[in-house]
Ligand binder design. Structure first.
Ligand SMILES: *[C@@H]1O[C@H](CO)[C@@H](O)[C@H](O)[C@H]1NC(C)=O
Ligand SMILES: *[C@@H]1O[C@H](CO)[C@@H](O)[C@H](O)[C@H]1NC(C)=O
Length: 403
């Protein structure tokens, strides 16, 4: 209660300070967007003010939001909800109560939060998983992978990978009455990154017999090489994810060493030895004209090889799925990609759609014109947005038709 009150007071003060920020004319319900934007801009402001190693202020303010938003596992008339562990990793499990004629579908879900924050038990994620389970009569496994700055890459990836692999065993699927031909991975933001990486890795894993039916990537982060794409330029300061905060999240995924963050912020940290990787994120080729608009492509600037030697993760497709070769993309399952027009990560998703299609993967790509990053989090209280509901319904509809 004390924490909630403190949070409320802080939020009110910050809102009063930030509220008069004009929002983009594309957004409906501008007052609500202003409110959301204010809270997150305050966090962004703190980020730019602080140079404390380990991003203590950033992480603690975001952790406070996560803690205030936490709900204990609670079953309802439709879904049985429990916290448990799969392969020693914490998961929240949603089992439908409705009788089923045959085997059920399943969604393995990875929440967002920049690999640093977030929780399957946050109200918005709990609502999303419950809704998915209820609407699709599906088993949902929502994974509480370990987070930065305490744990860095590849821990987050390995946690979600081992849960998925554990769940895909035929004995486990049959225990939960799941159809092995109808399992998908899904996630938003950093969780979309993890879902894409898991889908790629499973293709190369001879130990796994069950194939995924689909992957659903909601405004995913997919590459580290170019943090100056047209979407980064256009949406540098849009709600709820500024360029600066995204740079912070990316660098925190690999290390709390501020030299990587600074190099990423100036977009010159990839060593010339890795120049061949730039073809996979070359927006000059991979973005359609209507997305490129009048942005001018410039060749990459290279950084020292020291950072890449210390933190090789940022060149690893398990962290940056767009860096996988065309051959590695072939055979990926049916894909849903949602991007938001006013999002720094938009062009990551657009480029992945281009590359997957070129590799023969069937892709449904929706770009929501009137949306910003993380908008599906606002499909449930305290601040609800109509666009959040529409995009949530669209995602569920796609799963219903394709899973
Ligand atoms: C249970 O499912 C029914 C039918 O979909 C729905 O109307 C009801 O609101 C659900 N209950 C809860 C607690 O979500
Ligand atoms: C990106 O594509 C453009 C246009 O095809 C090409 O001129 C440029 O050399 C490419 N850059 C890299 C780094 O691959």
């Amino acid at each position: 209660m004390g924490a909630k009150l403190l949070c409320l007071c802080l939020t009110s003060a910050l809102v009063a300070y930030y509220i008069y920020t004009p929002v983009h004319e594309d957004f409906e319900e501008p007052w609500k967007v202003m409110l959301i934007s204010a809270g997150f801009r305050a966090v962004g402001h703190l980020v730019s003010l602080t140079e404390i190693p380990g991003s203590i202020i950033l992480i603690s303010s975001l952790m406070l939001i996560t803690a205030v938003e936490y709900v204990a596992p609670m079953s309802d008339e439709n879904v049985t909800v429990t916290d448990t562990e799969f392969s020693n990793v914490a998961v929240r499990l949603y089992l439908p109560r409705k009788p089923s004629d045959g085997l059920r579908r399943a969604v393995v879900y990875f929440h967002g939060g920049g690999w640093c924050v977030g929780q399957a038990g946050m109200k918005s994620y709990d609502h999303l998983s419950r809704w998915t389970s209820n609407m699709l009569n599906a088993v949902v496994v929502s994974v509480n992978y370990r987070l930065a700055p305490k744990y860095h890459f590849p821990v987050q990836f390995e946690d979600v990978y081992s849960v998925t692999k554990f769940f895909l065993q035929s004995s486990v699927l049959s225990q939960y009455g799941v159809d092995p031909d109808r399992v998908c991975v899904a996630g938003d933001s950093a969780g979309g990154n993890l879902a894409a990486a898991v889908a790629q890795q499973l293709l190369q894993d001879a130990e796994v017999e069950t194939k995924l039916k689909a992957q659903a990537l909601l405004y995913p982060a997919l590459q580290t090489l170019d943090l100056n794409l047209p979407s980064y330029r256009e949406n540098e300061n849009k709600p709820i994810l500024s360029r600066l905060l995204m740079v912070r999240f990316w660098s925190e995924y690999f290390t709390s060493d501020s030299s990587l963050r600074e190099a990423m912020a100036s977009n010159s940290y990839v060593p010339v030895e890795s120049s061949h990787l730039f073809q996979f994120v070359n927006w000059s080729n991979l973005l359609p004209e209507e997305v490129k608009k009048d942005h001018i492509y410039t060749s990459p600037t290279y950084g020292s090889s020291e950072l890449a030697q210390k933190y090789p993760g940022f060149l690893d497709p398990r962290a940056a799925p767009l860096l996988a070769s065309d051959a590695q993309l072939r055979g990926l399952p049916l894909t849903y990609i949602l991007t938001c027009e006013h999002d720094v990560l938009r062009d990551d998703g657009v480029m992945y759609a281009t590359r997957l299609r070129a590799a023969g993967v069937p892709v449904t790509h929706d770009n929501a014109k009137d949306a910003f990053h993380g908008v599906m989090m606002f499909a449930s209280g305290p601040v609800e947005l109509a666009i959040g509901h529409r995009l949530l319904n669209r995602y569920i509809e796609w799963l219903n038709e394709n899973l």
